[in-house]
Design a protein around this ligand. Structure first.
Ligand SMILES: [Zn+2]
Length: 294
């Protein structure tokens, strides 16, 4: 993997961030060869494979300050949006009885930490498979922190005022960036009811983007994607109209939902990697999203 250290990822020069001590090419080929050999001598051959020595896969970046995983583990209790349903899984094969282990999952494209494509709300819009890696890798991150307000008011939103306050402190939101809402809602994930937060009115109540903030970004800044640490780009209570989804995805942009660990990402200066699973005609796809912190 070759990612420029700090500056423009579209520049040709780049620094190799491959973990030190890990060779580039042949490891997968070697594994396949080993697997083939194992098959040739029976499944018992596979059990002879040993884990890599401890430390061999330890990341040692020479050009970045560190990595922050923005991804929640997908579980069969991960909080789901009411239009969907919880993930289901079953163990189909076991090493003890089948020689190998595999689960079968049934998940929505929108389960867990995922990236949604324009086609989610735009007929004829691009699917996850149509998004280029240059739209998903190395984007400057602007974190808008509304956690203090969210602790008091679950219906708080990222507003135009928040964006202006951010720029006053940290400078103009960079071109080609991702604007991510940190509301500290992620800590509720282990308790699905608290994360969904259904009120006595039957609606969900959690933070999201204000439609006017999204309209302002579309009109005034070159932002590639927005993201939230909640179940929806829209406010939870916006159950019928989804104005943020309609306008943002409708403008051929992408969105990230159910992000984790945004409290560990600086307001500016980090870079985002968030590439969705390329489901055929996917409206969204789960992704391992992470921030490279300079
Ligand atoms: Zn979604």
């Amino acid at each position: 993997m070759c990612v420029p250290a700090h500056a423009d990822l579209h520049a040709s020069a780049c620094t190799d961030l491959r973990p030190t001590g890990v060779s580039a090419g042949p490891s997968r080929r070697r594994f396949l060869a080993s697997a083939a050999a194992g098959a040739a001598v029976g499944i018992g051959g596979l059990t002879a494979l040993r884990p890599a020595p401890a430390g061999a896969a330890k990341l040692s970046f020479t050009a970045a300050g560190g990595l922050v995983d923005l991804t929640h583990t997908i579980t069969d209790t991960f909080p789901w949006y009411p239009a969907f349903s919880p993930a289901q899984r079953r163990t189909v094969y076991r090493v003890e009885t089948n020689g190998f282990y595999a689960q079968q999952w049934e998940v929505w494209e929108h389960t867990g930490t995922h990236l949604e494509a324009p086609a989610h709300f735009l007929a004829g819009g691009r699917h996850v498979t149509d998004l280029g890696l240059d739209e998903l890798v190395g984007l400057p991150i602007a974190v808008i922190d509304v956690a203090a307000r969210a602790a008091q008011d679950p219906n708080t939103a990222v507003t135009v005022t928040d964006l202006a306050a951010y720029e006053k402190l940290y400078g103009r939101i960079p071109d080609g960036s991702a604007v991510l809402m940190h509301s500290a809602w992620a800590k509720r994930v282990p308790t699905p009811g608290a994360y969904q937060n259904v009120g006595t009115d039957g609606r969900l109540h959690f933070p999201g983007f204000d439609p006017e903030a999204v309209a302002w970004l579309l009109a005034n800044r070159d932002v590639r994607g927005i993201g939230v640490d909640t179940l929806s780009l829209d406010l939870g209570r916006a159950l019928e109209e989804f104005p943020v989804h309609v306008n943002w995805l409708g403008a051929d942009r992408w969105g990230l939902e159910n992000l984790a660990n945004l409290d560990k990402v600086p307001p500016r200066g980090a870079r985002l990697v968030a590439a969705p699973t390329p489901y055929q005609d996917g409206s969204a796809g789960q992704c391992r999203a992470f921030a490279i912190v300079a």
